[in-house]
Design a protein around this ligand. Structure first.
Ligand code: MG
Length: 376
């Protein structure tokens, strides 16, 4: 069976993007720019081998990622050759060569490029030029016929042996990899490109791509649940509000079951695990920690994934202390911390009619639901 590989090229320093660190390491909706491409290729069942051409600060593969790292060359073309050498596949294998600065790829595009190679030597996404094209030479402006002109994007797909030989014999740094074979009369299939595939070049490109790639449409809903046991003490903390009581809640942090449940609801809505993943009880940093820290962090993570908290609903379950007199303070404190209008935050309290561990006054339970809306 023909092997299908991918090379993700991230050797450049990206000075035009106006960032201190290269653009491929910059965050975009919660992931580094380069991770968008690595994640899509890693998840594609047809892609057997992945080489990422990047400096060592790329780091090890993250969960769900699979790749070998290849050392960047002095030019982009040398970087691609470095990736081809790291893959070392047979000549009839297929290889998709992609710029890390184009985070907007998807599985359908990869499949379409592979399919196009069944009848072509090479394939690439391309967009017809739609603006008027002008040439200015020696002070004279003239109109360029745009018929047949395309803006070509990546990934560009090739047969392994053909592109490797062509890049070696090209000897120079090329504008893209197609340039190495097109002059030789290769059959090139252009498939529809898209604005999502725009290359990050200038600082404003980050904002434009964040808008294009942000999740759209449906809100996300998450649910959280938490329990803490009583131990000797004089007050409990619920939703950030100290409530006098004949016991306190036992826990590594301040044991605020209400905010712990809400933190888990927010993390759940964006599928980012649970509070224990982000703040392990074994970590001494979180000893006696204010749970406001956990809740704000969950909000930051959700926003990095493109979601804002729209509303939440917390239910505290206990026989004592009486929560109702403190309910408005708990709502106000939560709304204030999250920057939400008061009427977007609900706090309710109930008992279990003397049944179960809350009925026996052994501890407090809390449930929460959070609704997150796509950031616009
Ligand atoms: Mg807890």
């Amino acid at each position: 069976m023909t092997r299908i590989a991918a090379i993700i090229v991230a050797g450049g320093q990206g000075n035009r993007a106006g960032t201190d660190t290269p653009k491929q390491w910059q965050p975009l909706l919660g992931r580094r720019v380069i991770d968008w491409s690595i994640d899509v290729f890693s998840a594609h069942a047809a892609v057997s081998d992945i080489a990422v051409v990047a400096a060592a600060d790329l780091g090890a593969p993250r969960p769900g990622q699979r790749f070998v790292r290849a050392e960047p060359g002095a030019t982009r073309t040398q970087s691609v050759l470095s990736g081809l050498a790291a893959l070392n596949l047979s000549d009839d294998s297929l290889v998709l060569i992609h710029d890390a600065a184009r985070p907007g790829i998807d599985a359908g595009l990869i499949s379409a490029l592979i399919e196009a190679l069944s009848t072509a030597d090479a394939a690439a996404p391309a967009l017809p030029v739609s603006d008027a094209l002008k040439a200015q030479r020696a002070g004279t402006l003239s109109t360029v016929d745009r018929a047949g002109l395309y803006r070509v994007q990546t990934p560009q797909a090739f047969r392994f042996g053909q592109i490797r030989r062509a890049l070696i014999s090209a000897g120079a740094d090329l504008v893209d990899d197609l340039a190495a074979i097109e002059a030789g009369g290769a059959r090139v299939a252009l498939i529809p490109g898209s604005a999502r595939l725009t290359k990050i070049t200038y600082p404003e490109d980050f904002d434009m791509l964040a808008r294009l790639l942000a999740p759209s449409g449906m809100p996300r809903i998450g649910k959280g649940f938490d329990v803490h046991e009583f131990e000797p003490g004089d007050h409990v903390t619920l939703c950030g509000v100290p409530i006098p009581h004949s016991a306190r809640l036992k826990g590594h942090s301040d044991a605020d079951a209400g905010w712990h449940a809400l933190t888990d609801a927010i993390l759940g809505a964006v599928a980012l695990g649970d509070i224990g993943d982000h703040f392990p009880p074994s970590d001494p940093r979180w000893k006696n920690a204010d749970s406001a820290l956990f809740l704000k962090h969950a909000q930051t993570l959700a926003e990095a994934k493109g979601y804002r908290i729209d509303s939440c609903d917390i239910t505290v379950i206990c026989e004592a202390p009486k929560v109702k007199p403190h309910r408005e303070a708990m709502r106000a404190r939560t709304a204030d911390l999250l920057g939400l209008p008061l009427d977007a935050v609900s706090v309710k309290a109930t008992t279990t009619e003397g049944l179960g561990f809350t009925g026996r006054r052994e501890g407090i339970a809390a449930e929460a639901i959070a609704v997150l809306a796509p950031l616009r």
